[in-house]
Design a protein around this ligand. Structure first.
Ligand code: ADE
Length: 232
């Protein structure tokens, strides 16, 4: 998968993409990330990427010209672009099914907004999908873009060592994960649940299923309702 990220704060994105799962995906050649500095596409001595909003109001708005130029440049090479995604708190909220669907695409462009937003003509003419990572406002779309890249990277075939582990995550079947333990079997007076050291895989599976349902009922009961309506 190739992901192009358009941003006016490229430095924020560089570190996290070299680490952990996205770093591993890139090292294995399964994920190709290109970061584009919007300022490189801005004109004038000050290479201005934003301007005051028409009609007044607080905050600055990202100008359309640098974004159009950048996207034209990006799309002139490589595979066709499947989606141009604008990261914004008023987008569709990211969940696991959306990440699964997007992970099947070959090429995505992510636009990280800043300041008060982006000129609406960019959203009308260029953007094909608008994604929020939750109902809170970040100071820019860069961290949201990172979250999306991380969620996608770990779904790409061959990225995780154990190919089944992405599919057994919390949310893949609409339930939260069961508690996990590792050695030592007893630590400061707390013992690992007996079933997990029993070697009886049928019992272990049953215990994990029960734990997942109990935890989901306690913490996210709406996920259980959603599951019930889906299986109807
Ligand atoms: N930019 C600012 N806040 C955001 C959010 N919650 N999701 C995606 N992009 C954002």
């Amino acid at each position: 998968m190739r992901v192009d990220i358009i941003t006016c704060l490229p430095e924020i994105l560089k570190g996290p993409l070299d680490e952990s799962i996205p770093g591993r995906a890139r090292a294995k050649g399964l994920l190709d990330v290109h970061i584009h500095d919007l300022r490189d596409y801005a004109e004038g001595k000050h290479r201005q990427v934003d301007d005051y909003p028409f009609g007044g109001g607080a905050g600055m708005v990202l100008k359309p010209e640098p974004i159009f130029r950048c996207l034209e440049d990006i799309s002139s090479e490589g595979d066709p672009i499947d989606e141009v995604v604008f990261m914004t708190p008023d987008g569709e909220v990211l969940d696991q099914p959306m990440a699964n669907t997007l992970s099947l695409q070959k090429r995505l462009v992510l636009l990280a907004g800043h300041y008060k937003g982006v000129d609406q003509r960019v959203r009308d003419r260029l953007v094909t999908k608008e994604i929020s990572i939750g109902d809170y406002v970040l100071s820019g779309g860069e961290l949201a873009a990172m979250v999306l890249v991380d969620a996608l990277a770990r779904l790409l075939p061959g990225v995780l060592g154990d190919s089944s582990s992405a599919l057994t995550d919390s949310f893949q079947d609409g339930l939260l994960d069961a508690p996990a333990y590792t050695r030592p079997a007893e630590f400061r007076g707390d013992a690992v649940p007996e079933v997990l050291t029993s070697g009886n895989h049928k019992r272990i599976d049953t215990w994990r299923d029960e734990q997942r349902i109990t935890k989901t009922r306690e913490r996210r009961p709406e996920l259980l309702e959603h599951r019930d309506t889906q299986s109807d």
